[in-house]
Design a protein around this ligand. Structure first.
Ligand code: PEP
Ligand code: MN
Length: 372
């Protein structure tokens, strides 16, 4: 599907790159919002953010002040002469935000994941031309993200952008949400005109990671950043660990290095960098998958040991090589390559299992035994 998207230059309230949107995870009190925004303005920030409705993953946490906080938003806008971005999760939110004069809306990760919700929001936006930023869905599914952007675009919203906030993962990592950079890069390569923002706060989940993640996003030519900031981060009512003071926010923004050159050569280098990022990401996935496989091999080793079962099951190994070659073929990987690869994986697996079963006599040369 073709998208009809306006360039960021034509609708961004600020000219500087990257466009910075900052403010607390949640509006908590009138004073907290005003004081935080005042300090951010002193640091040069012109677009504020705040969560008004905060459906959390589990109930019984702070769930946002609700519509009442929109009055505070309107007051902050008037008093400080700044723009404001707010998350909307249903048609009523859209209506209330439009009435309150909110400048930019964004769709949160928990809404993007649900096409019913996105369609309801889209229908409420019909006939308006407010800018809308679409966060990536929680799960690493590019089509869901694109689908949400298409639904919003289809009702006539052309001032559109994407926010990369990272993806849920069932594996424990250093991130709160794994960045999976290849997904936003793929989005950007499909729709180069799509402005893309990074939300390092929700990716990292820790304030210490914000600078590095933001720099990486800029190195990948992102257009903007959405960063959570709170006057007293440690005592924030939501997402305390990932918020920074406005002063620190200012330091982070000033520490960021932006690329200035736009020559053909630098474009080439950017593309090369993007491809290398993708290779790094793939290599990490390969190693994670190999490590996961190895821990399964270990479990089987333990299990067989407990049950006094032999590790040598040649048929299983033959089946593995045969099926992997077929899978590989479907992925345009040559038979020889897949066979070589599995020999290496297999030798390492057998070695590991033999260590575990070291009380079993092993006469077979390593590399010829079936390990699973
Ligand atoms: C937020 O921006 O505060 C938020 C709830 O983000 P996400 O939808 O990315 O979880
Ligand atoms: Mn948050």
């Amino acid at each position: 599907m073709e998208l009809n998207i306006e360039k960021l230059e034509s609708w961004s309230p600020v000219k500087d790159r990257p466009v910075i949107i900052s403010g607390p995870c949640s509006a908590e009190t009138e004073e907290q919002l005003l004081e935080t925004c005042q300090s951010l303005k002193d640091e040069g920030i012109e677009i504020m953010r705040a969560g008004i409705w905060k459906p959390r993953t589990r109930p019984n946490n702070f769930e946002g002040v609700g519509a009442e906080a929109l009055k505070w938003v309107a007051d902050v806008k008037k008093e400080l002469n700044v723009k404001f971005a707010v998350e909307v999760a249903n048609p009523e939110h859209v209506e209330l935000c439009l009435k309150a004069g909110v400048d930019i809306l964004w769709i949160g990760a928990r809404s993007t994941v649900n096409p019913f919700t996105v369609q309801e929001i889209a229908d409420a936006l019909r006939g308006t031309d407010i800018p809308v930023l679409v966060k990536n869905p929680i799960n690493p599914d590019l089509s869901l993200w694109l689908g949400a952007i298409e639904r919003i675009n289809a009702v006539g919203i052309t001032k559109l952008g994407a926010i990369h906030r990272g993806f849920g993962s069932f594996q424990k990592t250093q991130f709160r949400n794994v960045p999976a950079w290849r997904l936003p890069i793929e989005l950007k390569s499909k729709f180069p005109e799509m402005p893309i923002f990074c939300d390092p706060s929700h990716i990292g989940g820790k304030r210490e990671m914000i600078l590095e993640l933001s720099q990486k996003a800029l190195d990948l030519n992102y257009d903007g950043l959405m960063i959570e900031s709170h006057r007293d981060p440690d005592n924030a009512w939501s997402d305390a660990a990932q918020q920074v003071t406005p002063k620190r926010l200012g330091e982070i923004v000033r520490a960021l290095k932006t690329k200035t050159s736009t020559s053909d050569n630098s474009e080439f280098i950017n593309i090369l960098e993007e491809l290398r990022e993708q290779i790094d990401e793939s290599d990490r996935e390969i190693l994670e998958a190999v490590a996961r496989r190895m821990s399964l091999v270990e479990k089987i080793g333990e299990y067989k040991k407990e049950n006094d079962v032999t590790i040598f099951q040649v048929n299983r190994m033959n089946d593995i090589v045969k099926s992997r070659k077929e899978w590989g073929e479907a992925m345009r990987l040559s038979n020889d390559f897949v066979e070589e690869l599995y020999k290496i994986i297999h030798i390492a697996s057998v070695r590991r299992q033999t260590e575990i079963m070291s009380n079993v006599s092993v006469n077979q040369p390593v590399g010829e035994a079936g390990e699973e």
